[in-house]
Each structure stands twice: as structure tokens, then as C-alpha cells.
Design a protein around this ligand. Structure first.
Ligand SMILES: [Zn+2]
Length: 399
């Protein structure tokens, strides 16, 4: 019998000191707590982070078909340690058999491990129906690019046990519009990305049911007609949410700021992290496909073409921190872009302010330093502490 737990901290939106009571894995109440607001070093409470694009993390590659259940579980535990409670493992362009094998691995881990199953929203398939144009394809393998194929999608659905949550595609590819309609009818989120589309293709994709732009401003050719172009078209389209990689490398600060201002409450932060997150700087041979360089500042790029990045090497918590550091938004705005906004896009319960009675007791406690460093001190999933920073006494406020 779960008799309930209690957490204290400052509410992420109001700054008020609150006590969050949980029972049976859900939030029972959020009540004002005594004590003055703003005690130094006091933790804040916010909804847990949701990352819709994680290729891998901390040495674990979701695109390696040989990874074990234990690897996937340890990736989940690591994500919890950086405040991410739910995420979409992202499978990228590869040959058909390898993509299916990676999807099967995720499905098996979900079926055998409740912690993994709870954390995985569903699989984000980024590719292989993408543009092969240099720049637009980013680090995706051109030789594996292909046109949209409903039958291939059905095999993904089977391999993943019905866990395909999102598909990123280039709408200019033959058959894309028809596939978008079918995916929408299936309840799958369709995202536009790695595209070289004309504006009319973007409009057609949205009419057919696309609702998201994958890492807008990246996965694009390096030289583009100033306007109109597919970036402006997506920025101005109010029906599209947009994912942004706020690692400080993928978009210049001014671009990130202008894009977030344009997308407002349809802005979503994603990490697009891969397994080089947490690795030592140096040169690596990525998935036996291309050589990459990881700089000490976290910039990860193709060794042959340094202008082209090869995914990101920073977790989502760093993106939240950067939104504040770069002067783009407040902590509350940054956290909303990495929790409430993706939850709304994915149709997940527990909307409101993320700390609503009746919602799943999934939240984080954090501290923010005066120079905008974010420290995750505790992650709570289903009313249980799944991560507590070493030295942090998580039980002091519980009964
Ligand atoms: Zn991408």
C-alpha cells in the first residue's frame, strides 16, 4: 500500500513554496507551504523533461542493433539523471533490415522492463524517406535514402510492436503526401525534416496532416534562396510545432531566438543527442559509416565536411539551460518547451501546469545558479525517486 510521499520546493511557474503530495503514483495535491520564498539553495519543482529525439546517449546507441536490454535500461537511468522522464528513441536512416532490428531491440526492452516501457513514449523514425541533397541529408546515409513506402512502414509497426510514435520525412519525395495521410489516420505524428522542399510541398504536407518540423533550421542545404523558402514557410505555419536543438552549435543564438519567438508556444526543445554524449573529445568512426569529430565544447561534426553536424552531444537539460543563458526566455519558458509543449504535441495526459492533482507523479527538483547553471537534484517517476544527486538528501521532505 502506497501511503504517500511529500516533496517540498518552489513551484516552477509561480515561485511559491509548495508541498507536492503523491499517492499511488499520482499527484494528490499541491498546496502552499510555510516558510519564506527564495531561501538560498532551495530546490524548485517542475514537470519532468520530455525529449522527442534521442538517437543514443552516454555511450549507448539506439541504432546499434546489437544493444542489450541492460544497455537500454542504463540509457533510461542516465536520461532520468539529467531530468528526462520520457523520450522517443530515434532510429535513423539505414538499410531495411538494420532499422527493423533496432526497432525490435527497443520493443523487446519495453516488453521485458517496466522502467523502459514507462519512459519510452514511442519510436521516432527519422528517415529513410529524406532528401538526398547535400546539407539537407545531414549525416544520414545517402545510399539508404528511399521514397516513402507504406509497406515498409507496416513492417516497422510490426517490428516495434505498434510503437512508432513519429516519422520524420521530406514531403517532396514521391508518395510522401499519401503516406502522411495514412500515418495521421494511424495516430502517428508526422514531422517535416531533412528536406529540400518547395513551399508548395510544405503546404501540401500540412494539409495532409504533418504537425511538426524536425530540428527546424538544421538538416538544410547550406545555401538557400533568401525568401521564400521552406524554413520561412514552416516558421509561419501555425499548425506546425517545431523542434529546436539548443546546444549552441546547431543554430546561432540569434537564429534560435528569432525562431522560438516566431513559434512561441509551439516551440519544442529536443536534444537530438547521440551516443557521443558524455564521451571524450576526439575523432570517432560513427556506425561504420563516416568519421566524426567531437570538440571539447560538445560540437560534433563530420570530419570530411566540418560545416555539417552529426547530431548533438549534449542532453536536453543543457538545451533548457541555454535558452536562459542565451537570453531567449525564462526558466519557466525553457522548461515548458521541454515538457508541456512536447506532451501536448504527443497527446499525453497531465497537461495543465504539469503539477496537476490526478496527473502522474512525474517531476523533477532542480536548482538554478545566478549564472544560469541548471542542476537536476532529483527525478521522480510514478511517485518514486529514480535519481537523486549524490549528497542530496531526498528524504528530508518526505514522510
Ligand atoms: Zn536529423
Amino acid at each position: 500500500m502506497d501511503t504517500g510521499m511529500e516533496w517540498a520546493g518552489r513551484h516552477w511557474l509561480t515561485g511559491e513554496r509548495v508541498r507536492v503530495l503523491t499517492a499511488e503514483g499520482r499527484i494528490r495535491s499541491v498546496a502552499a507551504a510555510s516558510g519564506s520564498n527564495g531561501e538560498e539553495g532551495e530546490a524548485w519543482i517542475a514537470p519532468g523533461l520530455i525529449d522527442l529525439q534521442v538517437n543514443g546517449i552516454h555511450g549507448i546507441d539506439f541504432n546499434d542493433p546489437s544493444i542489450t536490454n541492460d544497455c537500454i535500461r542504463s540509457a533510461v537511468m542516465y536520461l532520468h539523471s539529467i531530468g528526462v522522464i520520457r523520450f522517443c528513441p530515434t532510429i535513423v536512416t539505414n538499410d531495411k533490415a538494420a532499422m527493423l532490428a533496432s526497432m525490435r531491440r527497443i520493443a523487446e526492452a519495453c516488453e521485458s522492463d517496466g522502467t523502459v516501457a514507462r519512459a519510452v513514449i514511442g519510436i521516432h523514425v527519422e528517415g529513410p524517406f529524406l532528401s538526398g541533397v547535400a546539407g539537407a541529408r545531414g549525416a544520414h546515409a545517402e545510399k539508404h535514402m528511399r521514397d516513402p513506402d507504406w509497406h515498409e512502414y507496416l513492417r516497422w509497426e510490426e517490428a516495434s510492436g505498434g510503437r512508432i510514435a513519429m516519422v520524420t520525412l521530406a514531403p517532396e519525395r514521391r508518395g510522401a503526401v499519401g503516406l502522411i495521410r495514412k500515418l495521421k489516420a494511424r495516430g502517428v505524428i508526422v514531422a517535416i525534416g531533412h528536406t529540400d522542399a518547395g513551399e508548395e510541398h510544405i503546404r501540401e504536407a500540412v494539409e495532409a496532416g504533418a504537425t511538426m518540423s524536425t530540428h527546424l533550421g538544421n538538416g538544410a542545404r547550406t545555401m538557400l534562396k533568401r525568401h521564400p523558402n521552406f524554413i520561412w514557410e514552416q516558421l509561419a505555419e501555425d499548425r506546425l510545432w517545431a523542434g529546436f536543438i539548443a546546444d549552441g552549435h546547431h543554430l546561432p543564438r540569434s537564429t534560435l531566438k528569432a525562431m522560438i519567438r516566431a513559434k512561441r508556444n509551439k516551440s519544442i526543445l529536443v536534444s537530438d543527442a547521440n551516443h557521443y554524449e558524455g564521451c571524450a573529445p576526439g575523432r570517432y568512426w560513427k556506425r561504420n559509416h563516416h568519421e566524426v569529430v567531437l570538440r571539447p565544447d560538445g560540437r560534433l561534426y563530420m570530419a570530411e565536411t566540418p560545416d555539417i553536424l552529426s547530431g548533438a552531444a549534449l542532453g536536453l537539460h543543457k538545451g533548457v539551460e541555454n535558452v536562459v543563458k542565451f537570453g531567449i526566455g525564462s526558466w519557466a519558458e525553457a522548461f515548458a518547451m521541454a515538457s508541456l509543449h512536447p506532451a501536448e504535441l504527443m497527446g499525453m495526459s497531465g497537461a495543465g501546469d504539469g503539477l496537476t492533482p490526478g496527473a502522474d507523479a512525474d517531476f523533477i527538483r532542480y536548482r538554478a545558479s545566478p549564472d544560469h547553471e541548471l542542476e537536476i537534484v532529483e527525478t521522480v517517476v510514478g511517485g518514486k525517486t529514480v535519481f537523486a544527486k549524490r549528497g542530496h538528501v531526498s528524504s528530508d521532505s518526505k514522510r
